[in-house]
Design a protein around this ligand. Structure first.
Ligand SMILES: *Cc1c(COP(=O)(O)O)cnc(C)c1O
Length: 394
């Protein structure tokens, strides 16, 4: 008989009771070092006092009012994102897929408003991940996610990642924009070359297209800057955020320059829950921490330390780990054995991680991780490699 909880995930047989910092404690009392952070989402770790206090205080005042009224917490948070980014205006919603739906709609509508209603197609990339709605699985383009759901939503063309010639060849009179992750997360921590991003910007400017960045996974400090695009000198016209934005509280955002944002007039797009007082209280609390003086500098030091430790691990255990990938705390180990086996063995050692494409194991600790905790993770990964090597020798 089917489980009451719909069986659309293959879950590990483990349930967490509570968490503290980078640690999660299961219902048996065993503790795990959380290098998955709920898929790059629990950015401040677990039980962060500032986030907990902000959510509790706001919940006691008012949780939800709808967007029929002003929401001061959302106005404040939007102004902070505008001040800290390329954007002129922000739309809040509830998930990465929903933010990308808004991004796709904004690009199409802005082209239509500019006198080009025929420009509806968006160029996306092989290895991308943009979400699980009908439009975003079509933008993702992975046949595994499309299978059984009928004809993909029209309007997405896929080309190889990091190949500007292919992008330019794919442009037609119907092209409206380009959607790209500065670092493909689910795809296996594959970074866009800076020259490629610059080429995308120049191509968009040349053809009158809008450049969209999906920073659902790379944003909110994950790569060591508030947004990954800030490592380059390239700015998008529109950008989606989710995952770490609420420190685990469900929330997402669409950031846009004015020429795209003004397309979303009243009646053209909306949400019931999005940008509510509670979510925005969480978002403001997360920004308080990430934007505090020295926070990202400190995080980058720890990230460099972890990366060096991972490189040493690759050097020592080449039969299990072959390469370190990523920036900041968006890190990946390319594996020589199935990454699912590595993930399961690491969990037995007490370390949580997340599998990704190209047989990569993602390491996505909370941004508050310490060097000492990195040492513990590296030791557990060393034991993981030893156990897998012994198994292979049997
Ligand atoms: C996780 C993710 C999404 C989808 O976010 P959901 O909140 O699961 O809808 C979209 N884009 C990227 C890059 C992601 O990592």
């Amino acid at each position: 008989m089917i489980s009451a909880l719909m069986p659309n995930f293959s879950r590990a047989d483990i349930a967490f009771d509570h968490g503290h910092g980078a640690w999660l404690f299961d219902t048996q009392g065993r503790r795990y070092l959380d290098f998955g952070a709920g898929i790059a989402t629990s950015s401040l770790g677990h039980g962060h006092p500032h986030l907990v206090q902000a959510i509790a205080a706001q919940a006691a005042k008012v949780i939800h009012v709808s967007n029929l009224y002003r929401v001061p917490q959302a106005e404040t948070l939007a102004a902070r994102f505008v001040a800290a980014s390329f954007a002129d205006s922000v739309f809040f919603c509830n998930s990465g897929a929903e933010a990308n739906e808004g991004l796709i709609k904004a690009i199409r509508k802005a082209q239509s408003d500019a006198g080009h209603p025929e420009r509806t197609r968006i160029i996306c990339f092989e290895g991308a991940f943009h979400g699980r709605t009908l439009a975003t699985i079509s933008a993702t383009g992975n046949p595994k996610y499309l299978a059984g759901f009928g004809k993909p939503v029209e309007g997405f063309d896929h080309v190889p990642f990091n190949n500007l010639n292919e992008v330019r060849n794919a442009i037609t009179a119907e092209t409206a924009g380009i959607l790209v992750e500065p670092i493909q997360g689910e795809g296996g921590i594959r970074a866009a070359d800076e020259a490629f991003l610059r080429g995308l910007r120049a191509t968009c400017d040349e053809f009158g297209l809008f450049l969209g960045f999906d920073e659902v996974q790379t944003g909110m400090g994950r790569t060591g800057k508030l947004f990954a695009y800030q490592w380059s000198d390239v700015e998008p016209d529109v950008m989606s955020l989710a995952k770490g934005i609420g420190g685990g509280f469900p929330m997402a955002a669409l950031l846009a320059r004015e020429h795209v944002a003004r397309a979303l007039v009243p009646g053209s797009h909306g949400t019931t829950f999005g940008g509510g007082p509670l979510a925005c209280a969480a978002g403001n609390a997360v920004l308080d921490v990430i934007l505090a003086d020295g926070f990202l500098e400190q995080m980058n030091e720890v990230a460099a330390y972890l990366r060096a430790g991972l490189a040493a691990l690759v050097a020592r255990h080449g039969s299990v780990f072959t390469e370190v990938r990523g920036t900041g705390l968006l890190l990946g180990l390319k594996c020589a054995v199935p990454n699912g086996d590595v993930q399961a063995q690491a969990m037995r050692q007490g370390l949580l991680s997340v599998a990704a494409g190209e047989n990569v194991l993602r390491l996505l600790p909370p941004l508050i991780i310490t060097r000492a905790e990195c040492d513990e993770a590296l030791a557990m990964l060393g034991k993981t490699a030893q156990a897998l090597t012994m198994e292979a020798a049997k």
